[in-house]
Design a protein. Structure first.
Length: 387
């Protein structure tokens, strides 16, 4: 099959990474498909607001370049399928329609839909099919007239695999610092659990970005007014204060456990260098609301595929993907996370049993090769692709 694939080259502009290529492009090549890869200009537009008037010129330019690239690839040899990972900031609906109607079926893969569905709302219904990794988000797509299909995250076993070498850490996490992650890491370290974190926002020094809280700068009357207004809006502003205090405590007491971003290779190696690999499921700062948002992430598959013992937050969708307690372990509270980490660090045999079972499950059920195989079978069933 000949496929045009448009994906960002890195998860964000602040780091250099090729993990999206490793997860989406390489598996298609391994399956024997002829893939035309386009990465140019995609990542930068992820930071644009699709609804902002200022985004329109950039979207028009990208749409024109995208159509030209797709049609050039199609002239060179007919395309069977186009797959994109873009936002509404990238493509005009007419550009999607043109590709769908004149070239080939066009599919959109988009993740983080639980809190970022607004980024694809304006374009979703124009795709032949939308690949949605979060079960809870399927209804949002249907409400705007799109055709979604549940397409869970996965990992590439050729990239994510156990590494030989010594175990260096008790527990680790690699990813950005935001949301409730600061307080969770502080709880582990204050409990005496050897924990190290790597990524954007974790390095600490005087004048760190959370060293002052907004309430402290406003005076008593202003702070009280903000507390009341935010509480009435469903926010829990005292948690913002708690986050700031936790950040100062974390840097003041445990600065040696805080590290900057690592390379792709070092990121994957961490799964083998750690007795416990941690996952945090809450999105953004939604822990500061009455209803925190959670979703299954790519890390839920990267960790097990790389052979890690994985300890992550609880969400019901994970029980459809793993046997909880036997293949991965989940916590429902900060205290339970600390207790589980402490127990599994003290019980090597039980930890190893879960680690092995999780790795076997990932290899069997959660490879991108399997996901794409299931997808192509579904496209044939729907007569989107010829049998």
């Amino acid at each position: 099959m000949r496929i045009f694939l448009a994906i960002p080259g890195s998860p964000n502009l602040a780091i250099t990474s090729s993990l999206w290529r490793a997860n989406l492009y390489d598996p298609l090549i391994a399956l024997g498909h002829d893939v035309v890869l386009r990465e140019e200009g995609i990542l930068a537009l992820f930071d644009h607001n699709p609804e902002a008037r200022a985004t329109a010129p950039a979207r028009a330019r990208f749409s024109e370049a995208f159509i030209a690239a797709v049609e050039a690839a199609h002239r060179a040899r007919p395309l069977d399928l186009v797959i994109t990972y873009v936002h509404g900031s990238h493509l005009e609906p007419a550009a999607i329609d043109r590709v769908r109607d004149r070239v080939a079926p066009i599919l959109e893969f988009h993740c983080n839909n639980i809190h970022q569905f607004h980024l694809v709302r304006r374009i979703a219904k124009h795709f032949t099919l939308c690949l949605v990794p979060e079960r809870e988000a399927l209804a949002d797509y249907r409400r705007v007239g799109a055709t979604p299909w549940y397409f869970p995250m996965a990992a590439n076993p050729a990239v994510y695999r156990p590494r030989p070498g010594p175990v260096r850490y008790g527990a680790t996490f690699a990813g950005q610092r935001y949301g409730d992650r600061t307080g969770l890491v502080l709880a582990l370290l204050d409990a005496g659990i050897d924990t190290h974190v790597f990524g954007q926002g974790w390095t600490w020094g005087p004048g760190g970005d959370a060293s002052r809280t907004p309430a402290a700068e406003q005076g008593a009357a202003g702070a009280l007014g903000q507390l009341v207004s935010q509480t009435l809006a469903g926010r829990l502003p005292w948690r913002a204060v708690a986050d700031g205090l936790a950040w100062r405590a974390l840097g003041g007491r445990h600065a040696g456990s805080l590290h900057g971003p690592v390379s792709d290779d070092a990121y994957i190696a961490l799964f083998s260098e750690s007795r416990i690999s941690l996952g945090f499921l809450i999105l953004g700062d939604s822990h500061r609301t009455l209803r925190p948002l959670r979703q299954v992430r790519l890390r839920e598959f990267e960790a097990t595929m790389a052979g890690a013992f994985y300890l992550t937050g609880w969400i019901e969708e994970l029980s459809d993907l793993y046997e909880i307690g036997k293949e991965i372990v989940c916590y429902r509270s900060r205290a339970e996370m600390v207790d589980l980490a402490r127990w599994y660090l003290a019980h090597d045999e039980e930890r190893e049993k879960v680690r092995r079972a999780g790795h076997a499950r990932a290899q069997r059920d959660h490879t991108w090769q399997r996901r794409f195989g299931d997808l192509f079978a579904e496209l044939k069933r729907r007569s989107i692709l010829s049998a």
